[in-house]
Design a protein around this ligand. Structure first.
Ligand SMILES: [Cu+2]
Length: 126
């Protein structure tokens, strides 16, 4: 294997290890982002609301919210992050990633109709 191939393989293995850790060991209700090689990933359960509804992250570091929508109620089929110009369809029973890099501040996210809401709090020191 060439060194780029080895690097990709190692990254893949790291991702698999991380996913296993994430789904089997990590606390589901944690509202603080887990930094993973400079990427903050937060799983947000979408079921009648957002859990956690307040997500704390570090400002200036890329964030990936992983919206797991476990319902078919059309209310939550879209998620909107107006400050980042994001409007994304969330298929039912799937995990949909939404990525952005926040500056320091508080940002809202909501369903397409603005009925179900959550907040991202980006701080210098998360
Ligand atoms: Cu709605």
């Amino acid at each position: 294997m060439t060194s780029p191939q080895i690097a990709v393989t190692l990254l893949g293995l790291a991702a698999v290890a991380w996913i296993n850790w994430y789904f089997f060991l990590a606390g589901r209700s944690s509202a603080t982002a887990v930094a993973d090689g400079g990427l903050q990933r937060v799983r947000v359960e979408v079921k009648g609301g957002y859990t956690p509804s307040v997500v704390r992250v570090r400002a200036g570091v890329p964030v990936r919210l992983e919206f797991h929508r476990d319902e078919t109620n059309t209310c939550t089929e879209e998620v909107v992050l107006p400050d980042f110009g994001i409007r994304t369809f969330l298929p039912a029973h799937r995990t949909t990633p939404v990525s952005f890099t926040p500056a320091e501040g508080t940002y809202e996210f909501s369903c397409g109709m603005g009925m179900v809401r959550g907040k991202i709090v980006a701080e210098r020191k998360a």
